[in-house]
Design a protein around this ligand. Structure first.
Ligand SMILES: O=C(O)CCC(=O)C(=O)O
Ligand SMILES: [Mn+2]
Length: 203
């Protein structure tokens, strides 16, 4: 399925059923994106989390961190995260994407994909604390990675892949999480480290 161009020249709307997915390419220019990448790489308190599966602790294949307004904790794959306070860089990014998203994000989950062995498995961001129609503002910095969508209902084999690059902003809202899974597949290709920020509204 092709990516359609709508009102703003830099806005691409994905034409997938039961979804509201928009991509803003180069939302942050290369210089700004370089600056944010280097700031976040050093200032974020990156953590290695573990998921317990069949009694065995498995490392999550990426480093993660959780920042946001005080008092909003978040449970993700059995891991409860308490937010660390916003940094200046996070607030700058948040304010810029809020001009498009038209909401106040109160938290952000950060992922650091060190190389192609890091990724995130198929999932939806549909935890109850995100509400019925989660709004997810996702900023990509650093190495380019593939981001795939697949329909949750197995009777529909529909899939769609996009590539997320340095400075791109992806906005997912409406029914997207209810109907679609997404993933960042691992890759054997040589890829640069990548930082992804998924801003969320926790209720
Ligand atoms: O790295 C990405 O682009 C996606 C991360 C993601 O899906 C998540 O943290 O929920
Ligand atoms: Mn996600």
């Amino acid at each position: 399925m092709s990516e359609q161009l709508t009102i703003f020249s830099q806005e691409e709307k994905l034409n997938l059923p039961h979804s509201d997915i928009k991509i803003y390419r180069n939302f942050f220019d290369a210089k700004t994106s370089d600056y944010f990448f280097s700031q976040l790489e050093k200032e974020i308190n990156w953590k290695q989390e573990y998921i317990k599966l069949y009694g065995k602790e498995n490392p999550v294949p990426r480093l993660t961190a959780w920042y946001g307004d005080k008092g909003y904790s978040y449970t993700y794959s059995g891991i409860t995260m308490n937010p660390e306070p916003w940094t200046n860089s996070l607030l700058e990014i948040k304010h810029k994407i809020e001009t498009i998203a038209q909401v106040n994000f109160n938290s952000v989950l950060l992922n650091l994909y060190r190389d192609g062995n890091d990724g995130v498995a198929w999932h939806s961001d549909d935890e109850p604390e995100l509400g019925k129609h989660p709004i997810i503002g996702s900023v990509s910095l650093g190495g380019e990675r593939r981001f795939s969508f697949k329909y949750r209902d197995k009777s529909n084999p529909e899939r769609h892949d996009i590539n997320l690059k340095h400075g791109d902003f992806l906005l997912m809202q409406g029914e997207t999480q209810q109907y679609w899974y997404h993933q960042i597949p691992k890759t054997k290709k040589s890829v640069l480290p990548r930082i992804n920020l998924t801003f969320r509204v926790i209720y």
